[in-house]
Design a protein around this ligand. Structure first.
Ligand code: ADP
Ligand code: ZN
Length: 519
């Protein structure tokens, strides 16, 4: 099989004249019977890498995809382009299934999409053995790895494909896989000396910004006003938050809707359609939204809550600006979110999985707290090195300024000392700022010496300074004890040995806005 034929097929079935970077190399490898691992960002054009071999080689390409809800649309899309495709999953009745099997046996299918459940069920291998398969494509291949961010147990049985079909090449595709996940994919699928194809993940048109998660709603309203009538997605951790945020924005006359797994399939597809057709501008969604949504002009993505890991985060912000035009992303970061996510993870059943997820959460947190170019950190996570700072993240636009933070540290640490290491960050800030909250009076914190000693700084600034003190090791958060702040050995040096502390001046986002206006 030669590449000219592939190029003709690209034109004939998809209407494109050129392959994108890597597509041709990948297809060439498959033509040569090689296994392949493909890492390409969402929207990068992974499907073409197996669809072109599927339509040019004799036999059927079997595609394993966990996105059952999208299978029907994908298959219909292919059929509309004149490609013979069908799918099998739990949503299909047995009569329909038989029909699909018959056409597979008859060699009448270019592509057969199956869900992982179907693939590993009972006698499915014997069904597969009755047809002629030219390629296995494992989509969303990171699901195979406990290191991946979306682990699916059924995927771990797919190593059997190589055992049953040693002659058939396997192509594994994913949009997100760090080094360990990659290795896991290759090992578990038993790929043989696979070609490894990694496209650049850099999306320079996406601006990156992180803000402390206070008064998020007000900030969002302001943000949305600056993006009038533009399509955007607000990711929330819970259904309730998604609904609350949507309701608040709708009250302001904005076209916003909540989207989550609690809605009926009908309602969900209606919302999707309305969003795609620009009848709705803002979707407030749980992570259920966006898998496979092909809307190129999403102009912004906000994370109301901290995502669980960088893979998820990058995938979600990646839904903005697919047309290549400038798009803005904003992540809200709060310790409350970190604690909540920790709880969720620690309640998971699989202890080894929980450990991995906690490490990933830590990386997410480091990103949010970073004082260096965020894009460099993000891409480094996916093993890609940027040679210079990006100029399109909040840190690049507003480089940190160091100040002598010794006094600030002393105030904070002595407050922690005087409340007997019994309060979490939010309340410590209230004590430092002399809040009149009833709880504080009841606990007698209004009588300690540092009560109100930090009035000169805003709540916002305090949160940032305290986070820095944690990162520098001067304070600890006791996650096992309601996230109260505790002193460390290093804190004693600050308190009693007048050790100096360098801190970064927090740039309030108001300040930043003014600077941007002036620029
Ligand atoms: P992924 O699976 O990586 O998210 P898709 O395979 O769905 O991406 O491709 C994303 C979009 O890019 C689709 O609209 C697809 O038709 C388009 N596309 C893929 N390959 C090419 C190409 N060579 N030239 C132009 N557009 C392409
Ligand atoms: Zn940057």
């Amino acid at each position: 099989m030669n590449l000219d034929k592939a190029k003709q097929a690209l034109k004939r079935y998809f209407g494109y004249d050129q392959f994108r970077p890597l597509q041709a190399e990948i297809i060439r490898a498959i033509f040569a019977g090689k296994d392949a691992l493909v890492l390409m960002p969402t929207g990068g054009g992974k499907s073409v890498c197996f669809q072109i071999p599927a339509v040019t080689m004799p036999g059927t390409c079997v595609v394993v995809s966990p996105l059952i809800s999208l299978m029907k649309d994908q298959v219909e899309g292919l059929r509309a382009n004149g490609i013979q495709a069908a799918f099998l999953n739990s949503a299909i009745d047995s009569r329909e299934q038989l029909k699909v099997e018959e056409s597979f046996y008859a060699g009448a299918l270019n592509l057969l999409y199956v869900s992982p459940e179907k693939l590993v069920s009972g006698n499915f291998v014997s069904i597969l053995k009755r047809g002629k398969i030219n390629l296995f494509a494992i989509d969303e291949a990171h699901c195979i790895s406990a290191w991946g961010h979306d682990f699916r147990p059924e995927y771990t049985q797919m190593g059997m494909l190589k055992q049953h079909f040693p002659q058939v090449p396997v192509i594994a595709l994913t949009a997100t896989a760090d080094k360990l996940t990659r290795k896991d994919i290759v090992d578990q699928l038993k790929l043989e000396e696979p070609g490894i194809f990694i496209a650049s993940f850099d999306r320079p048109n996406l601006s990156l910004e992180v803000r402390p998660g206070q008064q998020r709603l007000g900030q969002i309203q302001e943000f949305v006003q600056k993006h009038p009538k533009q399509a955007g997605i607000i990711y929330c951790l819970s259904r309730k938050t998604a609904e609350d945020v949507a309701a608040k924005l709708a009250q302001q006359g904005l076209k916003a809707e909540a989207y989550h797994a609690g809605l009926s399939p009908d309602r969900r597809s209606k919302i999707q359609d309305n969003f795609i057709n620009d009848n709705i501008h803002i979707i407030c969604a749980t992570v259920a939204f966006g898998m496979g949504i092909d809307k190129s002009n999403v102009r912004w993505v906000i994370h109301y809550n901290l995502p669980k890991n960088l893979e998820g985060y990058y995938q979600e912000i990646g839904r903005a600006g697919r047309d290549g035009a400038k798009a803005d992303t904003l992540l809200f970061y709060s310790f409350a979110d970190v604690s909540m996510l920790r709880d969720i993870i620690q309640n998971g059943e699989n202890a080894a999985q929980n450990e991995i997820q906690l490490v990933k959460l830590e990386r997410m947190q480091q990103y949010a707290e970073s004082l260096a170019c965020r894009r460099r950190i993000l891409l480094a996570y996916f093993s890609e090195n940027l040679s210079k700072n990006c100029g399109n993240c909040d840190i690049c636009r507003n480089p940190p300024q160091y100040i002598d933070g010794t006094q600030i540290a002393q105030k904070a640490l002595s407050a922690v000392y005087r409340v007997n290491e019994q309060v979490p960050m939010g309340m410590l800030i209230d004590v430092l700022r002399g809040s009149g909250r009833k709880e504080i009076r009841q606990l007698g914190y209004d009588t300690i010496k540092t009560y109100g000693a930090g009035r000169d700084l805003s709540q916002w600034d305090w949160q940032q300074y305290l986070m820095q003190l944690v990162n520098l090791g001067y304070l600890e958060i006791a996650y096992d004890a309601n996230s109260v702040l505790r002193l460390t050995a290093a804190s004693h040096e600050v308190l009693f040995k007048s050790r100096t502390v360098q801190l970064v001046k927090p740039s309030s986002y108001k300040e930043r806005q003014e600077e941007e206006k002036a620029a």
